[in-house]
Design a protein around this ligand. Structure first.
Ligand SMILES: *[C@@H]1O[C@H](CO)[C@@H](O)[C@H](O)[C@H]1NC(C)=O
Ligand SMILES: *[C@@H]1O[C@H](CO)[C@@H](O)[C@H](O)[C@H]1NC(C)=O
Ligand SMILES: *[C@@H]1O[C@H](CO)[C@@H](O)[C@H](O)[C@H]1NC(C)=O
Length: 190
């Protein structure tokens, strides 16, 4: 996908197309639309041109995934560039809280490294919207340090549990909206 975005940017001269794994997104002026024949509808010009490029390269895509509008879901977050906010949808937040709570309540005193990794990955993703909750992973990362076998079992100590409870408490009380204050948000660097 990196190469495709490179072609879009430097050959097709489509500015500001961003990509995260297989999720590409960008902006366009509201009035700037182009009729895209395969879907028989008008799309933001840049999006129509990107799809035309995909067609040319033989990259398949589905109509229901080609979204546009003033708010867009991007890697699971609701992004509103005009309101300058990103929101974690309530259902996603609830799922995450349930997952973390189950981890804390594990009947066994041990969890596998792979499970720690899933937990850390999911919580880390939520820090895009809740950057102040980052410290809640410090003991988790400490426990994972230097271990590579996904089956290795790691003791679930009180320090880890306390951090996770702290995370649950704060994420539950937060409204799930991050307002940008002229900052540059980038899922790669954040
Ligand atoms: C419409 O969008 C295309 C692609 O982003 C851009 O090249 C073009 O300049 C835009 N036209 C207007 C009138 O904004
Ligand atoms: C946390 O997520 C960011 C992207 O949002 C990523 O760059 C970083 O490597 C992740 N950290 C860990 C330890 O996985
Ligand atoms: C982890 O456990 C699974 C199932 O018990 C096993 O198939 C796999 O080979 C193990 N992996 C390692 C790296 O020990």
């Amino acid at each position: 996908m990196g190469l495709v975005i490179w072609i879009a940017t430097f050959v097709k001269l489509l500015d500001d197309i961003f990509d995260y794994v297989d999720d590409s997104y960008g902006w366009e002026f509201e009035q700037n639309v182009t009729f895209y024949k395969p879907y028989s509808k008008s799309l933001p010009t840049k999006q129509a041109r990107l799809l035309t490029l995909w067609d040319f390269l033989g990259i398949p895509h589905k109509e229901k995934k080609q979204l546009s509008g003033s708010r867009l879901p991007i890697i699971g977050f609701e992004v509103d560039p005009n309101g300058m906010s990103i929101t974690l949808p309530p259902q996603s937040k609830e799922d995450l809280v349930t997952f973390v709570q189950l981890f804390v309540d594990s009947p066994s005193r041990r969890r596998k490294l792979g499970e720690y990794q899933s937990l850390a990955g999911w919580m880390n993703w939520s820090f895009n919207v809740f950057p102040l909750l980052r410290p809640s992973l410090s003991n988790v990362y400490d426990k994972m340090k230097g271990k590579t076998n996904a089956n290795a079992s790691i003791y679930l100590n009180e320090a880890v549990k306390d951090d996770l409870r702290w995370f649950i408490k704060h994420i539950t009380n937060a409204n799930g909206v991050l307002l940008f204050e002229g900052m540059d948000w980038n899922p790669f660097l954040e």
